[in-house]
Structure formats: structure tokens, C-alpha cells
Write a protein that binds this ligand. Structure first.
Ligand SMILES: [Zn+2]
Length: 235
């Protein structure tokens, strides 16, 4: 089926479908159901997202361009990409709701599920800060992406794999400005589909003094390397 998509409707949200729905009649205002929202993005890459209203666009620019989009083709591109997202779990179903009026459902194909169950379990420390998710222990897995273990819940690298990077001269570490996340830059890992690209602070808490000193030196070195790349003096 085809849909007309413009810059205003080129948007979608990904929800985890509840495991069970409430039973009984829905008279008297209905029953609340929790669809956990996991992601949002513009699904059609070639359509620019305007920052003004439709009316303003018509006045300032003129006609609004619409693109015919085949939902079949779009989901062929989107689903393999979505299945690599760290929030996708083997035993759940997901709903993608598009602002242009379409919806698709996806889950990990049965055939791939057995491998996935072999991942090591843990409880992501970010769970306690996520409403409705606090009491779930051992709910998360260490996905193996490339050569790294990656937390399925928050996308962080496993601390032991992170510590192994201290020895890797080619790896550059970069602390974000909020100082709660470290980006990992390495050859061969250009995006999250190829390995871990970050570690968040709750996953590196618990490092020994000695490890923290090494980490500090590595971060400083990463900054100098970045400045050298940018042609700036390290003074
Ligand atoms: Zn985590």
C-alpha cells in the first residue's frame, strides 16, 4: 500500500506492545494500557523536516511537496535496522506508528530467537531510573555486537570490555559535556551495528582508583588527539 508523505508527516514512534491486555468490557471510559515508547525518528530519509507550520510554508515557500511511499518497501528497509536496536527483546512485539497514517508490527523472527537466549543476563543500572521498569531484575542481556558486549537496555559497553580498551592505543575515548557518558572511537566500529560506541556513567561506577587514573589519562590523551586532528595546539 502507498502513502503520501510530506515533511510534516514524515515521523514515527516505536512502541513495545504490552504482553497482555486488560480483559472484560471497556464501558465507562476504557482501561489504561501501557505501551512503552522506545524510539522516534523520520522514517523516509529523503524528506526534509521543516521547522515552520504548514500554513507558514505555503505563504513563504509555496506548494508542499508530497512523496508516494510504498509501505512494503519502507518496512523492508526499516525492520532489519530496527531489529538491531538494543531495546528489541526476543519475547516481545513492537508497533511502529507513522504520522502519515500507517502502522507496522515487528518482532525478532522465531528462527533467530534461540541464539539470542544464550546472551548473559544482567540488570541494567538505568532501570531504577525508568518509571515502571524498576523492579525487573535480570531482565537485560549483554548483546554481543561485533567483538563487544553491549547492554540491551541502555546501549553501554560491558565494563570488562571497556577496561580492555585501556590497552588499545588506537581507541580514543571522549567524555560528553554532561560528564555522564564516554564515547568510544575505534577503527572498524563506525556505528552501533558494528560494536559498542559508548558507556554510560552508571556502568563505569565501581572502577578502582587505579582504573580511574588510567581512564583519566586515556580521556586526556583522547582530547589531545582530537585537538591535533582539528589542527589545534594542545597547550
Ligand atoms: Zn545498561
Amino acid at each position: 500500500m502507498n502513502y503520501s508523505v510530506d515533511g510534516w508527516s514524515n515521523f514515527c514512534r516505536v512502541f513495545e506492545i504490552p504482553k497482555e491486555y486488560p480483559g472484560g468490557y471497556c464501558f465507562g471510559g476504557g482501561k489504561p494500557v501501557n505501551f512503552q515508547m522506545l524510539d522516534w525518528f523520520s522514517p523516509v530519509p529523503s524528506i526534509h523536516q521543516p521547522t515552520v507550520t504548514k500554513d507558514a510554508w505555503r505563504k513563504l515557500v509555496g506548494e508542499i511537496q508530497e512523496k508516494e511511499v510504498s509501505l512494503d518497501e519502507l518496512q523492508e528497509q526499516l525492520i532489519p535496522w530496527l531489529l538491531k536496536k538494543p531495546y528489541v527483546k526476543p519475547d516481545r512485539e513492537y508497533l511502529v506508528l507513522f504520522d502519515f497514517g500507517a502502522a507496522i508490527k515487528f518482532s525478532i523472527p522465531e528462527a533467530e530467537a534461540p541464539d539470542r537466549q544464550e546472551f548473559e543476563k544482567h540488570t541494567c543500572p538505568y532501570r531504577k531510573h525508568t518509571p515502571g521498569q524498576q523492579d525487573i531484575s535480570e531482565a537485560d542481556e549483554w548483546l554481543v555486537v561485533g567483538n563487544d558486549r553491549v547492554c540491551r537496555f541502555c546501549g553501554s559497553m560491558h565494563i570488562d570490555d571497556f577496561k580492555a580498551l585501556f590497552e588499545d592505543k588506537g581507541a580514543r575515548l571522549e567524555l560528553n559535556t554532561r560528564r555522564d557518558k564516554i564515547y568510544i572511537h575505534r577503527k572498524g566500529v563506525g556505528n552501533a551495528g558494528e560494536g559498542a560506541i559508548k558507556i554510560k556513567i552508571l556502568h563505569w561506577q565501581g572502577l578502582s582508583e587505579e582504573d580511574l587514573e588510567i581512564l583519566n589519562a586515556k580521556l586526556l590523551h583522547g582530547r589531545q588527539a582530537l585537538m591535533a586532528d582539528l589542527g589545534m595546539s594542545k597547550r
